[in-house]
Design a protein around this ligand. Structure first.
Ligand SMILES: NC(=O)c1ccc[n+]([C@@H]2O[C@H](COP(=O)([O-])OP(=O)(O)OC[C@H]3O[C@@H](n4cnc5c(N)ncnc54)[C@H](OP(=O)(O)O)[C@@H]3O)[C@@H](O)[C@H]2O)c1
Length: 334
């Protein structure tokens, strides 16, 4: 394969830095890397393949000659710059929520719907929400066997899901607590203290009290798995963990599916690692998933309240499979 000129917009952010690392680790054929960010980052250096590369503020000429532009710089930035990148001839892979529900933009998890990536009418492919990706990677192989009808998901989402400011909030509050000082919430990342706390609040709420993150899980799960009538419910919660999201997942099926059969299926499912021996303290943990590629699944058991239903615990690194890795896998398909 010929080398590609690859732009990374948001290269100074948590996802952008992970993106550079992932392109390098997976030996994506990069002929030239173009790291981009806001004017705040003009001139700073990031590492790629052992070299220091200069970051530039994104502008009208940034995408000249670029083959693939991977965006992780927020929805507004994406709305502004994705059409510019496409007009310059690049294919955009976007990590924000700006384009995900556009009918002309495929929403792709390569283990599930890689073929959708080729039907990209606008030149933009969307990377799903991090919490949704790990859930569908675990659920889709079970859906193929028994037919999903309903899922309920409670998330335990790490602070890196909020970007740099989320990491800063947990770090600063934890240090203040350790020094015996008052723990002050600066309010940049969260409306309340996150250290030693749980916040049932990810994104703004609508008039029914459902959060934006909860709607993402409903709508994106249906679109990725091509199950428009799938019933989805749940709650999304921010937890004081630095990296990797956990999810309590209940899934109801049309046909019977035993926990044993689910384990057999997930043992060989793409992108999944089974960690399911609870009597020996083996189950998925965020500290094990952090900085790793897989979606870890365990605690698979019969749901005690629903017919034809299983409950399980799913953990994955939100910056890897939840963002950078999934985006690079899409670029590999292209
Ligand atoms: N964190 C996750 O787990 C995760 C998972 C999936 C998707 N995402 C999505 O990925 C995107 C980035 O998330 P993150 O966690 O990496 O956030 P982050 O650490 O806060 O980084 C944000 C990046 O966007 C850049 N940026 C902000 N405003 C910009 C502008 N007006 N023009 C150009 N660049 C701009 C920043 O550049 P400066 O440094 O110059 O400000 C920085 O590089 C968001 O859309 C987020 O929803 C994040």
């Amino acid at each position: 394969m010929n080398g590609k000129k690859v732009a990374v917009l948001g290269a100074t952010g948590l996802v952008g830095r992970e993106m550079l690392k992932t392109l390098e680790q997976r030996k994506f054929p990069v002929s030239e890397i173009v790291p981009l960010a806001s004017p705040r980052s003009e001139g700073i250096k990031v590492k790629f393949c052992g070299e220091e590369v200069t970051v530039h503020a994104v502008n009208e000429n940034s995408f000249k000659g670029v083959d693939v532009a991977i965006f992780s710089a927020g929805g507004k930035t994406s709305k502004q710059w994705a059409p510019v990148a496409v007009a310059s001839g690049a294919t955009v892979i976007d990590n924000s929520s700006a384009w995900r529900m556009d009918p002309d933009v495929p929403l792709v998890v390569p283990e599930i719907n890689p073929e959708d990536a080729h039907g990209c009418k606008k030149g933009i492919i969307a990377n799903p929400n991090c919490a949704t990706i790990q859930a569908v990677v675990a659920l889709y192989p079970l859906h193929k066997e028994a037919g999903l009808v309903y899922i309920n998901i409670s998330t335990y989402q790490s602070v890196s899901g909020t970007g740099k400011k989320g990491l800063d909030a947990l770090t600063n509050e934890s240090f203040a607590w350790a020094r015996g000082e008052d723990v002050k919430c600066e309010g940049k990342a969260y409306p309340h203290q996150i250290a030693f706390n749980l916040l049932p609040h990810i994104g703004p709420f609508d008039d029914e009290g459902i959060s934006e993150e909860e709607w993402k899980m409903v709508n994106e799960s249906r679109k990725i798995m091509h199950i428009p009538d799938l019933r989805v419910s749940g709650i999304t919660v921010r937890v004081p963990v630095f990296r990797a999201h956990g999810e309590s997942v209940t899934a109801q099926f049309k046909n019977e599916l035993t926990p044993q059969r689910a384990r057999e299926i997930l043992k060989t499912a793409p992108g999944v690692i089974l960690r399911d021996d609870p009597k020996n303290n083996i189950y998925p943990l965020p500290i094990e998933a952090a900085d790793n590629d897989a979606v870890y699944v365990g605690r698979i058991r019969r749901d005690t309240g629903l017919n034809n239903a299983l409950a399980m615990w799913v953990v994955s690194d939100n910056l890897r499979k939840g963002a950078a890795l999934n985006a690079v896998q899409i670029a590999e398909i292209l």
